[in-house]
Design a protein around this ligand. Structure first.
Ligand SMILES: [Zn+2]
Ligand SMILES: [Zn+2]
Length: 503
């Protein structure tokens, strides 16, 4: 006869006894037909065994995970919750994907998030920084934890051919029209947020503290986070400043891979528009004009000298011209030329060198063309962000949470991942606060078969972000919800004590 007794202890020290496993029918028959006195002795023995094992195995009452069995049971609960909601979430994702909205235009998306959070019992604030949403759930004493997703799409034409592909055309602020799609996975980010918010609300008895879910506008322009804070996220809207901020971004690597690395992960960035002023005229009489296109062309070439000659060659910086706009016809010299610049840097000193260098070059060229002070080129500073610098401690906690679902060899850390020149404004939700503890991770969203095919074709990735063929595998929806939930639960175990003791 073989009895296997499984005792599972949950996070609050409660016992769950799923029952006797592997009880043989033949043995049961022997027991039924046994003499009464033997039955009594056997039953006494069994209950004594049960009592001894329960007493021996009982952990101290604590919110911290104490054994592997604990986390298994807890994870089963999270897994079930995700599995039960996964079809609904995939439909939400497809709907968001088919209806992308550019930065600060996320009216429909924000409405869906707000409605969902309200339905789950969150206190919801809307219209923050134009279209931002915050949902707050106060659940007793504990840390204040914010989870952020961005909602905006890209001015890119979708080429995936998916049944739910976007065919939307949007009119931009400058009056021009552009096809749009979610080519950066923010539709997945928003769906993850809604999935996690639901589980956290349904498992309220398993955590304590305050949770804030933020659906942020206009990440692509690196403007949305600052817009929410400047609009009074923490003042006018009364959202509590978080002890910890957590968020996730898609990455075009197979579903199941996660990148969670400490320290500086992404570059700081600036978006700068430079307008060269000139005097327009007929293309045949340049001597009567001040040609802004020539000025812009000279500036574009000279800007590169800043990176190659002013910045320490051992440090990384990028100066890219993403757009040049001037004139409409072959034989007309226009009166202005617009140059759109993007900077990437890790050091504020280098940022200063680049911005001051651009200004000096602009003015030097304008002076060479003998323009008066009133016609000096105009520099418009737009979205910007500091380098993203993940808190070591918070990243450790997030990894601890994720590890319960993802094998360690599938979690890429700083030893396998150098920092990238890409940028984010995620951390600007807290960068001006006293506590600046944040962790931003990347989650694989590519179909594994597509990834393998790409490798066989000699490519490194099946597709890139900001490209028309970017696509999130629907398996990434439940996967993302699961790991975000696991990360949040782990973070919620840690009350913020000393803001200076943690990196
Ligand atoms: Zn993007
Ligand atoms: Zn993005």
């Amino acid at each position: 006869m073989k009895y296997e007794l499984t005792i599972i202890i949950d996070g609050k020290g409660k016992f769950l006894i799923p029952g006797l496993i592997d009880t043989h029918i033949h043995t049961m028959f022997e027991f039924i037909t046994m003499r009464k006195s033997y039955k009594f002795m056997l039953l006494c023995g069994f209950f004594l065994f049960l009592l001894l094992n329960l007493t021996k195995g009982q952990p101290k009452r604590t919110n911290k995970k104490t054994t592997t069995t604990v986390s298994n049971n807890f994870n089963i609960e999270i897994s079930h919750a995700v599995a039960n909601d996964s079809l609904r979430l995939i439909e939400i994702f497809k709907d968001l994907h088919a209806n992308p909205e550019l930065g600060f235009m996320e009216i429909r998306t924000a409405g869906i998030v707000a409605k969902e959070l309200k339905g789950l019992g969150y206190e919801v604030k809307e219209g923050i920084g134009k279209t931002g949403v915050a949902g707050i759930l106060k659940n007793g004493q504990g840390p204040i934890v914010m989870y952020r997703a961005d909602m905006d799409c890209n001015a890119v034409k979708e080429t995936t051919g998916l049944p739910y592909a976007s065919n939307k055309i949007v009119k931009k602020d400058d009056g021009s029209s552009t096809p749009v799609m979610h080519a950066c996975g923010h539709d997945a980010h928003t769906t993850w947020l809604m999935g996690v918010a639901k589980i956290m609300a349904s498992m309220k008895d398993k955590w304590a503290g305050t949770l804030i879910f933020v659906a942020q506008p206009a990440e692509e322009a690196i403007l949305g986070a600052e817009a929410m804070v400047n609009d009074g996220l923490y003042s006018k809207y009364g959202v509590p400043e978080p002890d910890y901020l957590f968020g996730m971004h898609t990455a075009p690597v197979p579903v199941s891979l996660v990148a969670a690395a400490k320290g500086v992960r992404m570059a700081g960035t600036d978006q700068i528009d430079v307008t060269f002023k000139g005097i327009g005229g007929h293309g045949s009489t340049p001597q009567l004009t001040k040609d802004p296109i020539i000025m812009a062309a000279a500036a574009i070439m000279e800007y590169q000298i800043i990176v190659s000659r002013a910045i320490d060659p051992q440090k990384a910086a990028v100066l890219t011209i993403g757009s040049v706009q001037a004139g409409n016809d072959n034989n007309v010299i226009p009166s202005t030329a617009l140059v759109k610049i993007n900077l990437r840097w890790f050091d504020e000193h280098d940022r200063k060198l680049m911005i001051e260098g651009i200004k000096r070059i602009n003015e030097g060229i304008a002076n060479a063309y003998n323009l008066p002070d009133s016609m000096m080129p105009v520099m418009k500073m737009k979205g910007w962000s500091y380098p993203l610098d993940n808190s070591d401690t918070l990243t450790d906690w997030v990894i601890t949470g994720i590890k319960t679902f993802v094998p360690e060899n599938k979690i890429l850390k700083e030893d396998r991942l150098p920092a990238v020149m890409g940028s984010e404004d995620f951390h600007h939700l807290v960068i001006h606060n006293q506590k600046k503890k944040y962790c931003y991770i990347n989650v694989g969203i590519a179909n594994p078969a597509l990834f393998q095919t790409a490798l066989k074709q000699g490519k490194q990735l099946p597709f890139n972000a900001h490209n028309g063929d970017f696509q999130v595998d629907t398996d990434a929806i439940p996967f993302g919800v699961k790991i975000a939930t696991a990360g949040l639960f782990e973070i919620l175990k840690h009350i913020f004590i000393d803001r200076n003791s943690l990196h």
